[in-house]
Design a binder for this molecule. Structure first.
Ligand SMILES: C[S@@+](CC[C@H](N)C(=O)[O-])C[C@H]1O[C@@H](n2cnc3c(N)ncnc32)[C@H](O)[C@@H]1O
Length: 214
């Protein structure tokens, strides 16, 4: 964990942030974009499968899919506070024995991470400079479904992104936001042999589910 962006994960997704998100999740369930992704995965037959969630934060996707009968979940998360919040919640919900947690940059550890039926990156691609490598290494792990949430390429996001980065620079937070082009994201996922099955969007986010051809 020596790259500036990985240090940035701990700067931004710190204990205070993880505690707030966990409290919110326990009270109200997943946030809207995560809920849309989970519902889309369910509609494509996600019940009872294995999950690899990359950058899952406090683990809302895994907590929900385990309730649907997911047999096993693997979480790879770059933030120390987020991964311990995810583990704490898995223990509280009584399924820690079916969960594996890795505190790491997924790309660094990809060779050691098992494949799964479903792979998810919910608001993660915009945290990572090398989108091509992140997608190539994660998509190859998906046996069946690949669910991603990433920012839309609109004028609003093109203003918000640099403004956020300026704020981070001023506050000496190492984390940077990366706005990757949707057509390049789509091309990278397709290059891994996955086909777009559904997409939807909110004001800021694009939610897409891909499936591997049988
Ligand atoms: C914006 S948060 C999203 C968290 C959660 N998926 C959600 O939507 O609430 C992005 C998370 O991805 C993690 N992350 C980004 N790139 C990663 C990588 N290459 N490997 C592991 N975790 C990563 C960060 O540590 C952070 O917790």
């Amino acid at each position: 964990m020596i790259c500036p962006q990985c240090c940035g994960f701990d700067d931004l997704f710190n204990e205070k942030c993880a505690a707030r998100e966990l409290r919110r999740y326990r009270k109200r369930g997943p946030i809207k974009t995560t809920r849309l992704l989970i519902d889309a995965l369910r509609s494509h037959g996600a019940r009872g499968l294995t999950l690899l969630d990359i950058g899952g934060g406090i683990g809302a996707i895994q907590h929900e899919l385990i309730k649907d009968g997911a047999t096993r979940v693997i979480s790879v998360e770059g933030s120390t506070a987020s991964i311990s919040a995810a583990r704490e919640e898995a223990t509280r919900q009584g399924y820690a024995d079916r969960a594996q947690f890795y505190h790491a940059d997924f790309v660094d550890m990809a060779d050691e991470i098992e494949s799964a039926d479903i792979v998810t990156l919910d608001r993660v691609i915009c945290c990572y400079p090398d989108m091509q490598v992140l997608i190539a290494r994660s998509a190859e792990k998906a046996h069946r479904l690949y669910g991603i949430v990433y920012p839309r390429y609109t004028w609003l996001v093109r203003i918000i992104g640099p403004a956020m980065n300026l704020m981070h620079r001023l506050r000496r937070i190492a984390f940077r936001f990366y706005l990757h082009r949707p057509d390049e994201i789509d091309r990278a996922v397709r290059a891994a042999g996955l086909r777009l099955r559904s997409e939807q969007h909110t004001l800021i986010w694009h939610i897409a589910v891909y499936a591997r051809d049988d």
